[in-house]
Design a binder for this molecule. Structure first.
Ligand code: SAH
Length: 246
């Protein structure tokens, strides 16, 4: 079983190894975050199995996905399991690999560009910068017992906090961080559909994070970046000016 990262969006952000596996796949299991342009690279005759959320039916439970992968692999198929971003960053790749190994199915993992890196590059927000941040933390905004989790020290001066799956809880996240002592005017950026043509980058301050998300009707997939790097002279604007001048 190949556990393959599909990157944050466009097909040209796949690794060469991932592209080769997709182009030769016989059975491909994918979720909703994988861009259609990547699925289109699979060869004719490849069996495509979607385990994405669909309005017409319930999401496949994780155990069912794991069982599907094991079943397909044990029946002799080379299974390509494609996941958005990197399989081992908030992707449940660990759970799928464990169940495969337990069933005697060998697993190879192909890393992908995680949404944080994709968003940083396309929104021109360096995750580290010698003048602004030398620590980066990735957290999940939607997880068991968010309010009880200790996030103290994860954000603040000299640090960048990147929040995956945080759109629905943006308001609570801002409250939690300010309760931990973070300045209400700490810069934040919300990056929706990073590395895709329809990307939006919204900037603001921590105290208004919930409003930024609500007023702009931000939808998943989106990342929240909190820290001085999110407010550094709007490099996107500098880039635009340079392009106009040229
Ligand atoms: N394994 C994935 C993350 C899966 S969790 C990775 O490494 O990127 C799903 C979350 O990832 C989304 O809720 C969102 O916060 C983030 N995400 C994934 N793709 C994204 C994109 N193109 N733009 C912004 N956020 C994205």
């Amino acid at each position: 079983m190949f556990l393959v990262g599909a990157g944050p969006g466009d097909a040209d952000l796949l690794t060469l190894r991932a592209a080769r596996l997709v182009m030769n796949a016989r059975v491909l299991v994918h979720d909703g975050l994988v861009d259609p342009s990547i699925l289109a690279m699979a060869p004719q005759g490849c069996r495509m199995i979607s385990v994405a959320k669909q309005r017409s039916r319930h999401t496949m439970r994780q155990e069912e996905i794991n069982a599907l992968l094991v079943r397909e692999a044990l029946s002799g198929n080379d299974v390509v399991r494609l996941k958005g971003g990197d399989p081992f960053v908030f992707g449940r790749g660990g759970e799928e690999a464990e169940d495969c190994f337990a069933a005697g199915v060998p697993v190879q993992v192909v890393p992908g560009i995680s949404a944080a890196m994709g968003a940083a590059a396309s929104a021109m927000i360096p995750l580290t910068h010698r003048d602004a941040a030398s620590i980066v933390t990735f957290v999940a905004g939607q997880c068991k017992g968010l309010t009880d989790q200790n996030w103290a020290g994860l954000a603040g001066v000299g640090r960048t906090l990147v929040i995956y799956m945080g759109v629905a809880t943006a308001d609570a996240i801002a409250e939690k961080l300010m309760a931990d002592g973070l300045a209400p005017d700490m810069p934040v950026a919300v990056i929706e559909n990073a590395a895709r043509p329809q990307m939006r980058v919204l900037r603001g301050q921590l105290a208004a994070l919930g409003a930024v998300v609500a007023d702009n009707k931000v939808k998943s997939p989106a990342l929240i970046v909190i820290g001085d790097v999110a407010g550094r002279g709007d490099m996107m604007e500098l880039k635009r000016v340079l392009e106009v001048v040229k």
